[in-house]
Design a protein around this ligand. Structure first.
Ligand SMILES: [Zn+2]
Length: 448
């Protein structure tokens, strides 16, 4: 091995020059091969402060939204960022003859199977007697005929989908049980998004910590909005805000989700966005403790759980090292990109690598006060947690592989204990911040 090859192995990822960076990566791989070490999977160059003895394995991004017209960009983004496999949670439902399933399968086929698709129910006619049987059969078709590997439930469950009486469908609605049972029988996981960031229930004002996001999409907010603030939005946005209907509170939605996990112990759930409660580390800890059929992903929440003390977050990742998967909530289409969330200005391709790099930096280094991957989700900095190589290996790929392995999930379902009622557990903290309470109530302790 020449000296120049040795140096190339440790090319810092912070290099702004992509061409040089790729060259460094290529030389690194050549050097490893010529050293006689086996290279099982593509790697990417190291971040500063990462132990040079460890190479990040090829990563599985468990939370992506992809469309066929973006196939070339997906291929490029995966290659540039060392992503071996992406889970496309936007495989869609069986409506229109399964049109979206054909497109999702074509995307996977064109990328040599490096995309695995998840299917979603078709919510039309929910509440009609045949709905559950129809959707359970559709799910089986998606798995058997189209090679789908899981179910994705969007936040529309609990916040938007309605039944035959025009009532919101609860997250733990018993009429959905045949779907969860079918998922367990097929040995596939259910990725479920419940609720939204807690601040979306707070008053919609410039004081709201998610104002950068909600100010652009005010109709995402569920909290009260004054006429004064409303008047500052474009007419179309005002109309959408006025069309909002009442939804359950943040704690109510989370409690409903837990009743669902408990009643279906044979079904493996992945509660996306850090258990849908990145704001409350202790709550997610209890949730994982109480529900052995539950895993979580970290998609689009690094900024949120990164606000907790780094030591506490690191301890959490170590404690739950077998139950957390890496995901980003990246969205890629032919002319569409989303990096965790979107604001007024759509990101460009050049923004994707810094987005992934911000994840590596947070998870792998001990850096202090760094930008989190989606700054539009909050104007604060986070302290990185420097996980060990063993924990990172599980987070980046091993846990995902287990969740995608049908035999493993079927075996888990067969061993699952019978369903239990939910024990009385403390609800998540009161979602209303002190600044939003009327003056007399400002001294009310949290949790009441
Ligand atoms: Zn998503």
């Amino acid at each position: 091995m020449t000296d120049s090859r040795k140096r190339a192995c440790f090319w810092p990822i912070a290099s702004a020059d992509c061409t040089l960076h790729r060259l460094g990566l290529a030389l690194c791989l050549v050097a490893l091969v010529t050293c006689g070490k086996s290279v099982e999977s593509p790697t990417v160059a190291q971040l500063p402060k990462v132990a040079v003895a460890w190479q990040r394995p090829a990563v599985i991004d468990f939370h992506a939204h992809l469309s066929l017209d973006g196939v070339d960009r997906v291929r490029q983004i995966m290659a540039d960022n060392g992503i071996e496999l992406m889970i496309n949670l936007s495989g869609g439902s069986g409506r229109r003859g399964g049109q979206s399933w054909y497109l999702a399968k074509a995307l996977s086929d064109q990328l040599g199977g490096k995309i695995l698709n998840f299917a979603s129910p078709d919510w039309r006619d929910f509440g009609e007697p045949q709905w559950a049987a129809r959707e359970a059969a559709a799910l089986e078709q998606a798995v058997v005929q189209f090679g789908f590997r899981g179910v994705k439930i969007s936040k529309g469950l609990g916040l938007g989908h309605t039944d035959e009486r025009d009532q919101l469908v609860a997250v733990d609605d018993i009429r959905l049980d045949p779907l969860w049972q079918k998922a367990a029988q097929l040995g596939i996981a259910v990725c479920i998004h419940v609720a939204d960031p807690r601040a979306f229930w707070w008053p919609l004002t410039e004081k709201n910590e998610r104002w950068d996001e909600l100010g652009v999409h005010p109709y995402w907010a569920y909290g009260p909005v004054s006429a004064e603030v409303l008047a500052t939005f474009p007419p179309q946005a005002q109309e959408l805000v006025n069309q909002r209907t009442a939804v359950p509170s943040w704690p109510q939605l989370l409690q409903s989700a837990e009743r669902l996990y408990r009643r279906n112990p044979k079904t493996t759930f992945v509660a996306v966005h850090f258990g849908n409660a990145a704001e409350d580390l202790a709550y997610v800890d209890g949730l994982l403790l109480r529900n052995s059929n539950l895993s979580i992903d970290i998609a689009a929440r690094v900024g949120e759980f990164g606000r907790h003390p780094a030591d506490a977050v690191k301890a959490f990742f170590e404690k739950w090292q077998d139950r957390i998967v890496f995901g980003t909530d990246i969205g890629i289409g032919g002319d569409y990109l989303m990096l965790g969330s979107n604001g007024e200005i759509e990101p460009e391709l050049k923004d994707v690598k810094p987005f992934y790099d911000a994840h590596w930096q947070y998870l792998q280094t001990a850096a202090r006060q760094i930008a989190h991957p989606s700054p539009i989700q909050g104007r604060w900095k986070v302290d990185a947690i420097g996980l060990s190589a063993a924990v990172l290996d599980k987070l980046y790929r091993r846990n995902a592989l287990r969740l995608l392995d049908r035999a493993v999930l079927v075996e888990r379902a067969n061993k699952a204990p019978p369903a239990q009622a939910m024990p009385s557990t403390p609800p998540p903290a009161d979602p209303t911040p002190a600044w939003a309470l009327p003056p007399a109530a400002k001294s009310t302790p949290p949790g009441h």
